[in-house]
Design a binder for this molecule. Structure first.
Ligand code: ASP
Length: 305
């Protein structure tokens, strides 16, 4: 049994704000990320490679708030956060506030595999990237017209939120491979109009991302501050492992009770050791998909797909 699930962010965007063409483009973007990750699993690759491949596709797709097309800070620049975790060894790698790394998930993986650290930030992370042969890109590479417009709208209403009516949010993937190894990865530009230096839950192991073999792999999206305070991703794993909750119960409890109690909303994707995927959200919609070796293959944007 092998399986992968992905998300492209949870948000408050009403369905009627998205044209059928835009919905179609989003579905196609999700499907190609899902297929990229699934292809890795199908040929016997690792869950780590699968989540890296899927997130990479979503980072390169300007529709999503990660890599190219990420949201803008109040200064109009892009600052990216990402993390990855290997459920087999509990190794993890993360980067935050990077401005010149095309695929932050790959840098997070480099941190995990080639440093003694878990989290590197800003110029230190980029120095590490250069030392390991990654080429850097100008910050303008990430910037799109759509995100510039979105920043202007948010500024006019002086809101600080990713939950506004534009497509494409934070991205993430969770996977189980043929060898029973679980992995999770998350990547984001954070929240529109965020302060320079603000770091959300996505690169925080235990908050936005967590994986433990035999239990589950988790990737979150939503109001990052609440997910950090609720230690959301770890909490899902802990509830499955120690309280005997099903994955679905654990995910629902975190989202509806813990995150809800903090006045926040979002979504979680998770996969357990048997390859069951749960894709749950308390926002209006969550761009998502899952595919497994039993034949499940679906992408969806809103509550009724
Ligand atoms: N959780 C992300 C953050 O707070 C944002 C999102 O998921 O949309 O940085």
């Amino acid at each position: 049994m092998y399986a992968i699930a992905i998300h492209g962010g949870a948000g408050a965007m009403p369905r009627d704000r998205l044209s059928p063409e835009a919905q179609q483009r989003l579905r196609a973007g999700l499907q190609s990320a899902l297929d990229a990750g699934y292809a890795v699993l199908e040929r016997g690759g690792s869950s780590l490679d699968a989540v890296t491949a899927a997130v990479r596709v979503l980072e390169d797709d300007p529709q999503f708030n990660a890599g190219r097309g990420a949201v803008l800070t109040r200064g109009g620049t892009v600052e990216l956060d990402a993390s990855i975790m290997d459920g087999r060894s509990l190794r993890a790698g993360a980067v935050a506030s990077v401005r010149h790394v095309r695929n932050p998930v790959e840098l997070a993986r480099l941190v995990m595999e080639h440093s003694r650290h878990v989290l590197l930030v800003g110029s230190g992370a980029e120095e590490f990237a250069l030392e390991h042969g990654m080429s850097l890109v100008a910050n303008e590479y990430f910037r799109t017209e759509e995100r510039a417009r979105e920043l202007a709208i948010v500024r006019a209403g002086s809101r600080v939120s990713e939950l506004i009516p534009v497509p494409g949010g934070t991205v993430g993937a969770v996977a189980l491979d043929r060898d029973g190894n679980l992995a999770a990865a998350t990547s984001t530009g954070g929240m529109t109009n965020k302060r320079h230096g603000r770091v959300g839950d996505s690169p925080i192991i235990g908050a936005g991302t967590y994986a433990r073999n035999g239990v589950c792999a988790v990737s979150a999206t939503g109001h990052g501050e609440a997910f950090i305070r609720a230690v959301a991703a770890y909490h899902v794993c802990l509830s499955v492992e120690q309280r005997g909750l099903t994955l679905e119960q654990a995910v629902r409890e975190v989202l509806h009770e813990r995150i809800g109690a903090l006045g926040a909303r979002g979504g979680i994707i998770a996969i357990d050791a048997r390859g069951n995927a749960v894709l749950e959200f308390t926002a209006e919609g969550m761009f998502r998909g899952c595919r497994d070796s039993r034949g499940r293959n679906e992408v969806a944007l809103f509550r009724d797909p």
